[in-house]
Design a protein around this ligand. Sequence first.
Ligand code: ZN
Length: 200
Amino acid sequence: MDSIERLTALFEKFPGIGPRQAQRFVQYLLRSSPALRRELLNAIQSLTRAVIQCPECMRYHSGKTKICAICSNPERDSQYLAVVASDADLLALEKSGTYKGRYFVLGGTISLASEKTDGLRIKQLLDSMPSRVKSGLKEIILAFPANPEGDATAVRIREECRDLRNPDIKVTMLGRGLSTGSELEYADPETIKSALESRR
Ligand SMILES: [Zn+2]
């Protein structure tokens, strides 16, 4: 495999990127300046060097401590746990400014084609429950995208939480202030606020 093929094959592994787009990325890099290529290289290297995964919410962050700034904030309300699909969705909820509880990033949604849950942190979520209950957890808010994959994931997590057999914990879902198909990460703060308020 030559250098062009090798890089194309790497880009093809990115979510949503097909062979043609991967080739376009490589062509773009071939035309771009050495400075840009160097910057890209440095940025990728610093992902390994400076980014860590928070052991509580599982999001990636570049803070100084292992536990991220949100999870280590004593002002956050441990009664609420928002389970989101991605880091981007967590940040969207955070930006809306209305949610003051805690988070867990599941790492994706269930694919309807395969019904596979590979890569989803369902076990980690369930394993973290006893200590969350001890810290006063009362409500799990499933904040998944308003699409079939998000709904399937919510159904699955709801079932898993039922197996915890803890009647004191309520499991709710975001209200449909979010229009169907809309991604949480692209929703505006007002929409997220009303989806949170109308959760059920
Ligand atoms: Zn965290």
